[in-house]
Write a protein that binds this ligand. Structure first.
Ligand code: ADP
Length: 257
């Protein structure tokens, strides 16, 4: 493994009380910076702009209106990047920001441009931090005009950058055979080699408070990863410091591939 995409979900960035999880962010900055120093190419796909926007404005509920959500994403994105910039700088690591839209899927020329830009950023030793351009992407649920959620974006970026591995960080250790919030006897699934109907059903439960996609969108992302013979690991963002074990397949989590 040489090039890694790490996707961090809202649930790992925003605490249940709405505050920003600065510890997870700092752990992430430390870990990704040291991997970069070891010679890995690292790309970070981050969610959390709306959650951070709520925090900036002191609101506690996601508004239902799309325009309001877009405004919050636009406000939150600045603060989110400001935090990342500051935290990565503590480890002498420079970062850049890329806000993508579905254009990179629809138009080969946009795809080519995004890919070349990513390549140039990586060759400068910089960690690109990617999010969807929420303020201009429209139609929340329609995958034709919007990624839908960053899980899918994580898989798309993995393919775009021809990375070897996608690490998905969430607030849970991996995929369980049923929703662990409801069933005490839910068991962690160590390996998934195919996305079956049974799995999709197991993943059907709603996600955490601020998260959006839940497990279903993580399995949708896994499908894209399978299509291109790459690998994906779903694991807990609270233990990002153990990332070397994740890369070596030795860490608790669900491995896809
Ligand atoms: P993120 O914000 O990290 O992308 P989400 O909150 O969208 O994550 O999704 C993760 C949540 O999905 C978990 O915290 C858990 O509550 C829920 N979930 C539902 N079904 C399952 C399952 N079968 N296995 C694991 N988690 C599940």
């Amino acid at each position: 493994v040489k090039r890694i995409v790490v996707k961090i979900g809202t649930s790992s960035l925003i605490l249940a009380n709405g505050q920003i999880n600065l510890k997870n962010m700092d752990d992430l900055a430390f870990t990704l910076s040291s991997l970069r120093n070891e010679g890995y190419d690292i790309i970070l796909v981050t969610s959390g702009a709306i959650g951070v926007g709520l925090n900036v404005l002191g609101l506690d509920k996601r508004p239902s209106e799309i325009a309001q959500q877009q405004a919050l994403a636009s406000i939150g994105q600045v603060e989110l990047m400001s935090l990342y910039n500051h935290m990565f700088a503590r480890y002498q690591q420079k970062v850049s920001q890329l806000l993508l839209t579905n254009d990179v899927i629809e138009y080969p020329e946009s795809r080519q441009n995004a890919s070349m830009s990513l390549q140039a950023i990586l060759s400068m030793g910089i960690i690109p931090i990617i999010n969807e351009n929420d303020a201009v992407s429209v139609d929340e649920m329609d995958h034709k005009t919007k990624f839908g959620d960053n899980d899918r974006l994580g898989a798309i970026v993995t393919n775009l950058a021809d990375a070897d591995l996608l690490i998905m960080l969430s607030d849970i250790d991996g995929l369980y055979d049923k929703n662990p919030n409801i069933f005490d006897d839910a068991k962690l699934i160590d390996n998934v080699s195919e996305i079956t109907e049974t799995l999709m059903k197991a993943a059907g439960g709603a996600g955490s408070r601020f998260g959006t996609g839940g497990m279903t969108s993580k399995l949708e992302a896994a499908k894209l990863i399978f299509d291109t013979d790459k690998q994906m690991v779903l694991t807990n963002g609270a233990r990002i410091r153990e990332i070397r074990d994740i890369i070596n397949g030795k860490k608790k989590g669900t491995y896809f591939g």
